[in-house]
Design a protein around this ligand. Structure first.
Ligand code: CP
Length: 327
């Protein structure tokens, strides 16, 4: 397989054209087919990548680590608390040196107002592609898998009504990177996107402005509501998920009075009943069961969360196969 985007950083999908994203999706679907049919895909034979994690992960780490092995290469998992980063080594030195040892560097750094800057600093000094495994603003690996899943279920994405809905959770103060990535990406595929949240859980103004622009330029629509029920009504896809109040409150405290005042923002069967009869329930996972969503919805007939999570493997492999060619 020709690494068409050899050396291209994968930090946001905004820096990838629709044609490039379409190619990644085409490769993802091919890799999924081959994986399910036991066809060998050693497109990255003897290639290596470093996976740097400042935070916990289940899907992202394992889709990358297994994915690179399935492509014939090897991934090194790096807990950054065990690296010299924890003694203050710079992003520049880390990226320069790791890029001289392998063919790709992937990193998760979700610290508010730090993560994306850290990845960009590494990209400025790396001779190999930098892959964003989630930062404070973007989660392009998740966005790509979400788009693949919607395409698998609906075929044509034009006029698919997708509602990205804030939900109550107490597990941790989650980054805004999943909803932010989704509001930028889905309008580019002509979906009708609704963003719903209670006051205090705004996404940045620049992201909202860009989501509107992406909709205008690509035949989609984008609207904001503060009425949860309104967002569920008639939706083809609902993505009720928590994110933290980072834009209005930079405290790292997980639970505060504002959060507690919105306990009612939960995906229940009553909410699902307001949506299209064939509505699909999506969530990047992990879900805060009982808070964000009731078990009967996430385990019920409308849920496609496991298909969505499964597609993380195939999209991660596509990104690596297309960017990590010979240096
Ligand atoms: N959705 C997602 O990124 O999951 P992990 O945090 O487990 O990687």
């Amino acid at each position: 397989m020709e690494p068409l985007f050899k050396g291209k950083h994968f930090i946001t999908l905004e820096e990838w054209t629709k044609e490039e994203i379409d190619k990644l999706l085409e490769v993802s679907k091919d890799l999924k087919h081959k994986f399910l049919n036991n066809v060998e895909t050693d497109y990255l034979k003897n290639k290596t990548a470093f996976l740097m994690f400042f935070e916990q992960s289940t899907r992202t780490r394992n889709s990358m680590e297994s994915g690179l092995a399935q492509l014939g290469g090897h991934a090194t998992f790096l807990d950054t608390s065990m690296m010299q980063i924890s003694h203050g080594e710079s992003a520049k030195d880390t990226a320069t040196i790791l890029s001289s040892y392998g063919h790709g560097i992937a990193c998760r750094n979700c610290f508010w107002q730090v993560g994306n800057k850290y990845l960009r600093e590494m990209a400025a000094h790396s001779s190999v592609p930098i892959m964003n495994l989630q930062d404070d603003l973007y989660h392009p690996m998740q966005g790509l898998a979400d788009l693949m899943t919607i395409q698998e279920v609906f075929g044509e994405t034009k006029r698919v009504k997708v509602s990205i809905i804030w939900a109550y959770a107490t597990s941790h103060k989650k980054p805004i990177s999943v909803p932010l990535t989704q509001i930028l990406l889905f309008p580019r595929y002509a979906m009708d996107v609704t963003l719903a949240y209670p006051k205090g859980y705004e996404l940045p103004d620049w992201a909202v402005a860009k989501a509107k622009k992406n909709a205008e330029e690509n035949g989609g629509t984008f609207r904001i509501t503060h009425d949860m029920e309104e967002a569920f009504k008639g939706a083809d896809v609902v993505i009720p998920k928590n994110w933290g109040s980072w834009v209005t409150n930079q405290s790292t405290a997980v639970v505060d009075d504002l959060l507690e005042s919105y306990k009612g923002w939960k995906c229940t069967e009553e909410m699902i009943a307001l949506a299209s009869p064939n509505v699909k329930y999506m969530h990047a996972l992990p879900a805060d069961r009982g808070n964000e969503v009731v078990d009967s919805v996430i385990d019920g007939p409308h849920s496609i969360v496991y298909q969505e999570a499964e597609n993380r493997l195939h999209t991660a492999k596509a990104v690596m196969a297309m960017t990590m060619g010979n240096k």
